[in-house]
Design a protein around this ligand. Structure first.
Ligand code: ADP
Ligand code: ASP
Ligand code: MG
Length: 846
């Protein structure tokens, strides 16, 4: 037994593919259930609505007819075209005679008859009442009549042994509250009789349609062809049922809502049933009952990718866990368009029969209940029903409890609309702990409020009612909670200059191993610089990121769009790594942190800039937003800020900080005085070695060091700003406004004053060092000082940074952090370390 969904019969190409797939199964007797061509049922419903309203439905009718006839023409090109047939029907016999090939009155004639009948029905559509309903039901079923004709013809027709069965001839159903029930005995008998008259080997059957006990046309409900296929699999005693559709199988969630959904290799009938009932459109909810009773295995397969194995639905399903970390949940689904009905009352506590009365009232009003939840205090009892039935349900409950409400025992009945139910489904949930915790953890992280909870005693389904506005976010968060590592981080990188570039290389080398060992899944999904940005829904390989950014010139950098993309609903965490030196980017931190985006940066603007912004960042962090780490702003990869934090967090009292915070200035003063070379010569050499900024004044001004000192002071709780720091610039006043060339040409002007300071220092047995100092009195200064030769700062090498912390605990002998404090490798590593520190705070073990 095969079933082709509407998407698998969308055009002539799909019809041909369907035939090829059926040919692969030619060794068996084949029965094929056909849905209407994609969109046809919707189009028919629209025609009914138009005709009912009295609007002009003819153009839509003609378009639907053309679409079907075009497929017929393509399938049987040798036959008379639609035009010639039309002429023939109009009485032009000569057109008929002129046709070269012998006329097979089958396909086109039958289609034209069908469309004529539809036109007549629409033209004479009853105004209302039962007759209108009957006509509408009949009209909805035309699509399957036409598609089955086309499929039979595509397969070669009766000549090739293919019969066609209009299901209304044999399939007898009775509509019920829970959908259509099958009259199996009558249907079997009718099929038997039909088979006696139609003995071809293989059969095409119309999906969706059936007859009722009175012989009137009816349907199995929207999406009902899956159910048809299952019923006919039973009636024809099929060995197996394949449902062909447009996805690889049953996925862990609706792929239109959850881009990361994965295909499930095998699930049990019960699991499939729960998923379908709770909204997974891939299967009509009633599909499984007939095949399950017979133990007929079902396979869901993709017409577009027949090589994919699909999903097997059978009695046992698949015990191997599919969710990340071995969780037992197989799938998540969502039912939309619901409402919560709640009966509350102090007088209901402990009174027997309340639930019975409530559900009897709903039953009496024909309201079906999707979910029930009652706390053990029985103070309130609530259930979830379809939105369209909510008012009816409320009135019925009010009537049933009228006396209790009048007595004040019950407070009343409330309706809350715009509700969805999210269900997590899996056989293995039985006796498995932690499933609910994971689901609620995911929902909490996505800030989704849960209105009601229910878990069936079968423990195969855990359902939560949520506001409709939260539905997609909730589904994505729940999917991430079960299928992704809890340390999956969506990352956006801004400003890949030297440091960013190096970080990308480090990420490319280390991230795969991290993922394997610690479950830390760092997904670079956005990259941007001042020229543009590249956003990727899945991930950008770090090694390719720069090329992709270079090639993607279309998008200019829009920081809001960038952040919105990084903060993806289907991934648990988001982080922006700002490797730019831009103040405009830093200005966004408070907003990003408040939105829960973690920020990591070597950019000093936020830490040393405007105090109000710094305070806003601190407030956002305190309010439970994202984390903000910036270790690489001071001392590159050296643990300077971390060390200071640890001192303070453990209750130490900071007395002061002395630090050599610039690699460039450290190198200059480490070298100066060791030989007779003048200061200017060393500046030139440092520039040649790439130790200075292109304009050495950026280093010599001391401003960058002052920024670092502000960052440290603020970390220590001092409300300090750049203006408060006494900065000694090594650039003489007269050279500050000069051009770079002029400055370099007049560099020797620095020598005499510096030499004088050096001589004075040597005379005292001291050395010159460039130092940033934070005193106990709060005074902050940056400049050249003379230090005793045994001072720690006089024993550094090359471009080493050195930071001394003097504190209550480190009073006699300061705590020293020392080492290379500049260069892209160590700076990027400092940034990377912060990224990992955040992953650890999210629970990663590394
Ligand atoms: P057909 O026309 O073949 O009957 P449908 O459109 O009725 O196809 O059903 C297939 C669609 O169901 C898929 O394209 C997918 O978008 C949607 N869908 C919803 N939930 C799921 C799920 N859990 N697994 C697979 N598909 C799903
Ligand atoms: N054609 C029907 C519908 O669109 C039945 C189906 O496709 O399963 O609902
Ligand atoms: Mg379907």
């Amino acid at each position: 037994m095969h079933k082709f969904g509407g998407s698998s019969l969308a055009d002539v190409g799909r019809f041909r593919s369907a035939c090829a797939l059926l040919d692969d199964d030619a060794a068996a007797h084949r029965v094929v259930v056909a849905s209407a061509m994609q969109g046809t049922t919707d189009a028919l419903l629209a025609l009914i609505a138009d005709a009912h309203r009295g609007s002009d439905w003819m153009p839509a009718w003609a378009a639907l007819r053309s679409r079907h006839l075009a497929v017929a023409d393509a399938l049987q090109p040798a036959q008379r075209t639609f035009a010639s047939l039309h002429n023939a029907r109009a009485g032009q016999a000569e057109a008929l005679a002129a046709a070269e090939t012998p006329v097979r009155p089958g396909l086109h004639e039958a289609l034209l008859d069908g469309f004529d009948a539809l036109r007549n029905e629409l033209a004479a559509l009853p105004a209302d009442g039962e007759r209108l309903e009957r006509a509408a039901t009949r009209i909805q079923g035309y699509g399957e009549l036409w598609s089955s004709l086309l499929l039979q013809a595509a397969l070669g027709g009766t000549a090739a042994g293919w019969e066609r069965l209009d299901a209304r001839e044999v399939l007898v159903v009775h509509p019920g509250e829970m959908g259509a029930g099958v009259d199996r005995e009558q249907s079997r008998a009718r099929l038997h009789a039909w088979r006696a008259r139609n003995r071809g080997r293989d059969v095409v059957v119309t999906g969706f349609i059936a007859r009722d006990a009175h012989g009137e046309a009816t349907t199995l409900g929207r999406n009902g062809s899956d159910y048809s296929a299952s019923i006919f699999a039973d009636l024809f005693d099929a060995d197996a049922l394949t449902i062909w559709t447009d996805v690889d199988g049953v996925l862990s969630a609706d792929p239109r809502l959850v881009p990361d959904a994965v295909c499930l290799p095998a699930i049990s009938y019960a699991e499939a049933c729960e998923l379908a009932y709770f909204g997974a459109r891939v299967l009509h909810p009633q599909t499984l009952a007939p095949v399950q009773a017979r133990g007929i295995p079902v396979r869901i397969r993709n017409t577009l990718r027949p090589q994919a194995p699909g999903t097997l639905i059978c009695a046992d399903g698949d015990a191997t866990p599919t969710a990340f970390g071995g969780g037992p949940v197989k799938g998540l689904s969502l039912v939309d368009d619901l409402a919560v009905l709640e009966l509350t009352g102090n007088g209901l506590v402990g009174v027997p029969g309340i639930a019975e009365r409530l559900f009897a009232a709903l039953h009496g009003a024909g309201v079906s209940v999707t979910m029930i939840s009652q706390g053990s205090s029985e103070h309130s009892i609530c259930c979830v029903v379809r939105a369209g039935q909510a008012e009816r349900g409320r009135d019925a409950i009010r009537a049933a409890f009228a006396d209790a409400i009048a007595d004040g025992q019950a407070q009343g009945v409330q309706v809350t609309g715009d509700i969805c139910v999210l269900a997590a489904v899996g056989d293995g949930m039985v006796g498995h702990h932690g499933v609910a915790a994971r689901l609620f953890g995911g929902l909490a992280q996505a800030r989704v409020n849960v209105r009601a909870i229910a878990q069936g005693a079968s423990e195969r389904n855990l359902s939560v009612a949520i506001a409709r506005a939260d539905a997609t976010r909730a589904l994505r968060a729940a999917h991430a909670a079960f299928w992704l590592s809890p340390q999956t981080v969506s990352i956006g990188l801004i400003g890949p200059g030297n440091v960013g570039r190096t970080l990308l290389r480090q990420l490319a080398e280390v991230a795969p191993g991290l993922r394997e060992r610690s479950g830390v899944d760092l997904r670079l999904r956005a990259i941007g610089n001042s020229r543009g940005m590249t956003l990727d829904h899945a991930a950008i390989a770090p090694a390719e990121a720069l090329d992709r950014l270079g090639a993607d010139s279309a998008q200019t950098l829009d920081l809001d769009a960038f952040a919105a993309h990084v903060r993806a609903e289907h991934l648990p965490h988001a982080m922006i790594v700002d490797c730019s030196a831009s103040d405009a980017v830093a200005a966004k931190y408070p907003e990003w942190l408040a939105a829960g985006i973690h920020v990591v940066t070597p950019n000093k603007h936020a830490g040393s800039g405007d105090w109000a912004r710094y305070a806003a960042i601190a407030a956002a962090r305190r309010a439970g937003g994202g984390r903000f780490l910036y270790e690489a702003t001071v001392g590159a990869g050296l643990p300077v800020i971390l060390t200071l934090r640890n001192l303070l967090d453990t209750g130490d009292v900071l007395h002061g900080i002395d630090g050599m915070l610039s690699g460039t200035l450290a190198w200059l003063f480490n070298s100066y005085g060791c030989s007779s070379r003048p200061f200017s010569a060393l500046v030139r050499e440092a520039r040649g070695l790439g130790y200075t900024e292109p304009d050495p004044r950026d280093d010599l001004s001391g401003l960058d060091v002052a920024r670092k000192l502000v960052i440290l002071a603020r970390e220590a709780g001092r409300e300090l700003s750049l203006d408060d720091v006494e900065v000694e610039s090594l650039v003489p006043e007269s050279l500050r406004q000069a051009s770079l060339d002029e400055f370099l040409a007049r560099l020797e002007e620095l020598d005499a004053p510096m030499q004088a300071r050096l001589d004075a220092a040597h005379a005292d047995g001291c050395r010159l060092r460039h130092l940033a100092r934070l005193g106990e009195d709060g005074r902050a200064s940056v400049g050249v000082v003379a230090l005793a030769a045994d001072h720690a700062c006089c024993h550094t090498r090359l471009t080493d940074n050195l930071v001394q912390f003097r504190s209550a605990r480190y009073a006699d002998n300061p705590l020293v952090v020392q080492g290379p404090g500049a260069g892209p490798e160590v700076t990027a590593a400092g940034v990377f370390g912060d990224v990992l520190a955040i992953a650890q705070s999210l629970g990663a073990r590394s």
